[in-house]
Design a protein around this ligand. Structure first.
Ligand code: NI
Length: 178
């Protein structure tokens, strides 16, 4: 498999021309189901398997799991900022550097699986309650000045769930791990 296919097993997020209610419902379902889907994929992995990179020079499975917790807690915060302020600037963070910190590199995964369970449960409840005007709210990335609307951002994070899940399932398949 080439490196791009390993890095982007499901490709990049493609924004639909028009985001429909059906798109939003499907995306929220993906976000709702992610903690359990992830937990069942990694439940039987050993520490040696968790410390295996999903691709050459890539994060280990352990880092991927902790990254999902880091990323989704930031994303949950951004949704709440966008819902309670007028087009707020958000605080970017260096995900590559976060993934190199000691907790991300070495800590048992249970803590992040618990975080994801809690965060996704509240995130899903919040997303399901968004009105049409809420979905049109946005936040701004200070570095690129790019505006992110909440409707599209739900799709980006549903993609993000499937993207990292595919890193894990692809590695397990390649290695013949059950
Ligand atoms: Ni990511």
């Amino acid at each position: 498999m080439n490196l791009d296919k390993l890095k982007y097993p499901i490709g990049c997020f493609i924004k639909p021309d028009k985001i429909t209610n059906e798109n939003i419902s499907i995306w929220i379902e993906v976000i709702a189901a992610f903690p359990e889907a992830l937990t069942s994929q990694v439940a039987n992995l050993t520490d040696v398997q968790l410390d295996t990179p999903y691709r050459p020079d890539g994060w280990t499975i352990r880092q991927v799991i902790h990254h999902c917790a880091d990323s989704h807690m930031n994303s949950f915060t951004r949704f709440k900022l966008a819902l309670t302020e007028d087009k707020p600037f958000i605080k970017p963070y260096h995900e590559e550097r976060w993934a190199e910190l000691i907790d991300s590199k070495t800590f048992p995964i249970e803590s992040s699986l618990q975080m994801l369970k809690g965060i996704h449960s509240r995130w899903t409840a919040l997303l399901m309650a968004l009105s049409k005007s809420d979905l049109n709210k946005s936040f701004v990335h200070p570095e690129h000045g790019q505006t992110f609307f909440l409707d599209e951002n739900i799709g980006i994070y549903a993609w993000h769930c499937n993207h990292h899940l595919a890193h894990i399932t692809t590695l397990k398949e390649t290695k013949g791990w059950s």
